[in-house]
Design a protein around this ligand. Structure first.
Ligand code: AMP
Length: 451
């Protein structure tokens, strides 16, 4: 399996609303946490598609004047996460193409596991690729399909791809939303305005634009949106749910409901469960902001140890993974987080974070807290050790960079300079999401890959 350039992202589609591109823009704001590297919107006025995309945050890419050019009642949008390697504007989405049936745009969240093979075959048959994105495969598969209608071509194309995908397609008059048979990545359907519909990666987008949640798009389901009709549901594949557990651990926004569950509540449960499994005597529980906050509240409530915001976060700096090089990541942690010295001096701290990946964040934070005078720092992680890379759309590094894949617990504890280190168990994690283990992909923690 090969890592491709298209991972953790957000998708949105607005159908049949006079302010479609504005609603897509606001939705992308709500979904900005899913990708900060690039943003784009494609709008249709029924005759033509118009695409604007660029590198940077949603606020940087769009302004009033640009949005005004994206007229029409249908729009799809995307925010792209940073992955090491190429940061070319060509790798921003929506991916747009003209082909024999007209024009289409596609946005994609996830990662196709057979992308390299499909691409190779397409290239051998004469296809010319412009980007490194696996999403471009879909454009070629649709363009080359022998079917007469776009709907049938989409069905033809998704049958040739494997992996994780929440997709939204747009033609000049229609919109299509599709989720892979495992439903790795979230995708929800809602109503907006008098006659409009919205699909989005997370329900926090619905709340912002005043949409009403209808239901999740089912794994293996294709939804067809056509003016004057209710969305048509076509079951392309039998649903075999394997929802990404990391959405609940880290990725989704706490005010979203993903896979039918509220993210904040689940993270708080993880903290409560962690307090039961890994208690330690201390003066206060402090989160690594923002990811560790709900779990730290849970840990504090369960253990009775006071919760304090011992570390402040500078909100004007993006996530630490944004810069691909190690040096930049180190610097970003420092720029982003600072301790409240008067609060923590001489105190025994339980520090909660949602995950340890390379160990960089924990090491920096613990050093910072000790320099600020903390007497003891006990690191508690509200998920199990991340021991395996993700091939389904989360940007985890390769095994050689995953600290828990290469060191024992004691070695990691020593490396991050903590007084103790403990993680939530796999069972505890499942209990926290009220989940049947069968319904989740836990490969990053267990190595049980589905595809
Ligand atoms: P590290 O410093 O490599 O150990 O990364 C762990 C920190 O990054 C934690 O604070 C997590 O909240 C955060 N994190 C975990 N996974 C990801 C991810 N895929 N993308 C961005 N940040 C992450």
């Amino acid at each position: 399996m090969e890592r491709e350039l298209n991972e953790e992202c957000a998708v949105v589609g607005i159908f049949n609303h006079p302010e479609a591109s504005k609603l897509a823009y606001f939705s992308l704001h709500a979904l900005q946490h899913r990708g900060q590297e690039a943003a784009g919107i494609s709008a249709s006025n029924g005759k033509k598609l118009h695409v604007i995309k660029d590198r940077g945050l949603v606020t940087r890419v769009f302004d009033e004047a640009k949005l005004a050019t994206l007229s029409g009642s249908h729009a799809i949008g995307h925010t792209r996460y940073s992955t090491a390697g190429d940061d070319s504007i060509l790798d921003a989405q929506p991916v747009f193409a003209r082909y024999d049936l007209g024009e289409m745009s596609i946005v994609h969240n996830g990662n196709l596991t057979n992308a390299a093979q499909v691409r190779q075959k397409l290239i051998k048959n004469g296809a010319i690729f412009q980007t490194f994105m696996d999403t471009e495969n879909l454009i070629h598969l649709i363009a080359k399909s022998d079917e007469d209608k776009l709907l049938d071509r989409i069905i033809d194309a998704v049958k040739k791809i494997e992996g994780a995908y929440s997709l939204v397609f747009q033609s000049r008059t229609k919109m299509f939303a599709m989720r892979d048979p495992n439903g790795f990545r979230p995708l929800s359907l809602g109503r907006v305005g008098d006659h409009g519909y919205v699909v989005a990666s997370e329900t926090c987008a619905f709340d912002l634009i005043g949409a009403t949640f209808i239901r999740d798009v089912e794994p293996g389901e294709l939804l067809v949106f056509e003016e004057g009709k209710a969305p048509e549901s076509i079951k392309i594949f039998e649903a075999e749910p394997k929802h990404c557990i990391f959405e609940h651990v880290y990725f989704a926004r706490p005010d979203s409901n993903v896979f039918g569950q509220n993210v904040y509540q689940r993270r708080k449960n993880m903290g409560m469960q962690l307090a039961k499994e890994q208690p330690v005597e201390a003066d206060m529980v402090i989160p690594v902001p923002d990811g560790g906050v709900p779990a730290a509240i849970g840990y504090s409530q369960e253990s009775g140890i006071p919760f304090e915001m011992g570390i402040m976060r500078n909100h004007y700096i993006g996530r630490t993974f944004i810069e691909p090089t190690q040096e930049m990541r180190d610097l970003k942690v420092k720029m982003k987080l600072s301790p409240i010295i008067d609060l923590i001096k001489g105190k025994k701290l339980i520090v909660i974070d949602d995950s340890i990946v390379r160990g960089t964040t924990s090491r920096r934070i613990i050093r910072m807290l000790k320099e600020a005078g903390a007497a003891e720092v006990h690191m508690r992680i509200s998920s199990p050790p991340t021991t395996n890379p993700c091939y389904y759309g989360v940007d985890t590094p390769d095994t050689d960079k995953l600290i828990a894949a290469n060191m024992t617990n004691e070695q990691i504890c020593e490396y991050i300079e903590a007084d103790s280190l403990a993680y939530l168990s796999n069972d505890g994690l499942m209990r926290s999401v009220d989940g049947n283990e069968e319904d989740y992909c836990t490969a990053c923690f267990t190595g049980n890959y589905i595809l």
